[in-house]
Design a protein around this ligand. Structure first.
Ligand code: GCB
Length: 572
């Protein structure tokens, strides 16, 4: 399922803006969901709805909401097929055209679409309703639990440490494709001497003969540097310019469908960065050169919008990453908007791409709050259905992001309870990408959740553990999370936890250890910015481990990291 694109054979109508909006009450029948919403609330798309309104009932709502708007199919589309595309409905979406149900999708961070050609004629208007459900259960990704209190109110709990923002947080589109069209493109790149190789597969509608698929690759000046023909093949680019971290170079891989008499039927382009990724011994090589990850675990999180994609914040965040000398980030803890992946491709930022499988660890909460641990992997908790949802999330993520040069690692799950009984049975069937499990990503909080405030003891523990992993596996290791909650503006001469000084000393301690361990190939701090969480006694208006505040102001640590990472950058 290719991202909609405006080309000479395809058109695109953006449906962002204000939509009519209402909560669905429990006794409202599904048949009533498509009825016109009149003169009520209006909600912005893209945005999570939770923080937009002042009504606590909306903020805390557990269940379905409805978004609705009028849409007109362009009258020039009589020869086309057309689709509604939803970039994300968190966590379950139902789409209706007038009163007709057209598609359902489960999984809050990946796109889906539905053909509506047969339902509305070109030039006609229709009522588009999207119902969105935010409920998390033991079989969703991420998982959660719903409790019903004595007054009948539903309460959602979950183990992941970020607020369960919901709604239409990304764009909605209406788009057209020609009858005979390109359905999917896969490009895989390699380098042979000074030449770049793009191996490709183009999937077109059933009726398109392979020889009618034509490929041309252009460089950034628009010059054609390679051509091919057929649904599968290879394009060789002489004197290739590589996609490098910090120095992106993108070719346009353009696929065309031509009719028997050579008329253009469809065309679609994918930005292709030629680069190689390899794990050799305890090193991670990009284009044959050892790469050291510097950067962040991030969140899609801003005030008012929640997880709503915002291009201004996206560009600003990348500016801050540039300023601080970061070369990478992880899409913790869910796939990000596709615009972010496109931008990372263009900016030369390296990405660890993660599914929404977070919070699959019931032992952690009992560790934090005391009490008896419930088994994570059991019929009542994470079970076969959860695994199937996890597998689906991986398939959809890889299908969406497989062509991005910026993606160098897939993260199947964040901090699952991997040493608990049942973990192997859960993960083994997810072997889609098991051959790639050759980098260890560690999230560690010595000096914070353990050895709180005692950085000497923390340093010893951290080093002991890392040396242990190094000895056991000899694989490259990335510290993908480490950090200390820090209240911007809180200062102390005594390195008091929560103060800006403590955060600096905490990171300096980790970095001393990283520099002593051969197999460390990177460090991504937790977190880029302060972010919202559910209400917890240890969260003060959210998680405060940001290097920047939620509105992107630097804490003192930002300057320390900048010095270190700029230094690392200068050496590579
Ligand atoms: C973790 C989680 C992350 C939390 C972080 C913390 O291990 O992966 O989602 O936000 O710890 O700050 O507790």
């Amino acid at each position: 399922m290719l991202k909609p694109q405006a080309t000479s054979t395809r058109e695109l109508v953006n449906l962002d803006g204000l939509w009519s909006f209402a909560l669905v009450t429990d006794n409202e029948k599904e048949q009533a969901w498509t009825e016109p919403l009149q003169k009520g609330l209006e909600a912005p798309v893209p945005a999570s709805y939770n923080d937009v309104f002042l009504d606590r009932a909306i903020h805390d709502h557990v269940g379905w909401v409805r978004y609705q708007r009028q849409v007109i199919v362009p009258r020039g589309w009589s020869q086309e097929r057309y689709f509604v595309r939803v970039e994300a409905a968190t966590h379950q979406g139902l789409v209706f055209v007038n009163d007709t149900f057209v598609v359902e999708h489960i999984g809050g961070y990946t796109p889906f679409d539905a053909e509506i050609t047969h339902l509305v004629k070109p030039g006609q208007a229709f009522r588009l309703t999207i119902a969105v459900n935010n409920e998390l259960t033991n079989t969703t990704i991420p998982p959660g639990k719903i409790e019903v209190s004595a007054n009948g109110k539903k309460k959602q709990t979950y183990l992941h440490d970020f607020y369960n923002y919901a709604g239409l947080a990304r764009s909605v589109w209406l788009y057209s494709v020609p009858e005979q069209h390109i359905e999917d493109i896969t490009v895989v790149t390699d380098v042979q001497g000074s030449a770049g190789i793009i191996k490709y597969t183009v999937k077109a509608s059933d009726s398109v003969p392979s020889q009618q698929i034509k490929i041309s690759v252009t460089d950034e000046d628009g010059k054609v540097v390679g051509q091919a023909s057929g649904a599968q093949g290879e394009v060789k680019i002489d004197s290739v310019k590589l996609w490098q971290p910090g120095a992106a170079y993108l070719y346009q891989f353009q696929a065309q469908v031509r009719s028997a008499d050579a008329q253009l039927t469809d065309t679609y382009s994918v930005a292709a960065g030629v680069r190689t990724i390899e794990v050799r011994g305890n090193k991670f090589l990009i284009n044959n050169k050892p790469f050291y990850f510097t950067g962040f675990g991030k969140h899609e999180d801003t005030a008012v919008r929640g997880k709503g994609h915002d291009p201004a914040y996206m560009v600003h965040d990348f500016q801050l990453m540039d300023w601080i000398g970061a070369n990478s980030f992880r899409t913790s803890h869910y796939p990000y908007a596709e615009e972010v992946m496109d931008f990372a491709d263009r900016r030369g930022i390296v990405v660890i791409d993660e599914t929404a499988a977070v919070g699959l660890n019931l032992a952690i909460s009992s560790g934090l709050f005391g009490g008896v641990a419930t088994p994570t992997w059991s019929h009542e908790t994470c079970n076969d259905k959860t695994r199937e949802a996890n597998a689906q999330a991986i398939r959809e993520l890889v299908a969406r992001d497989k062509n991005h040069a910026c993606v160098v690692l897939w993260s199947v799950s964040n901090e699952p309870s991997s040493s608990e009984e049942g973990a192997r049975e859960y993960f083994e069937p997810l072997d889609l990408i098991s051959d790639l499990f050759d980098v260890l990503c560690l999230n560690r909080y010595y000096g914070w959740y353990t050895q709180m405030g005692d950085l000497e003891a923390a340093e010893a523990k951290l080093e002991e553990e890392l040396l242990g992993w190094e000895k056991k596996h000899g694989k490259p290791m990335i510290m993908t999370e480490y950090g200390a909650d820090t209240l911007a503006g809180l200062h102390s001469l005594h390195d008091l936890p929560w103060s800006e000084e403590f955060q600096v000393r905490f990171y300096k301690m980790y970095h001393r250890v990283h520099d002593r361990i051969e197999s460390m190939i990177g460090e991504q701090v937790w977190n880029f910015a302060d972010f919202q969480t559910s209400i917890q006694i240890f969260r003060v208006d959210g998680n405060k481990k940001g290097i920047f505040t939620r509105d992107r102001k630097p804490k003192t640590i930002a300057y320390t990291l900048r010095k270190r990472w700029m230094g690392i950058k200068a050496q590579t």
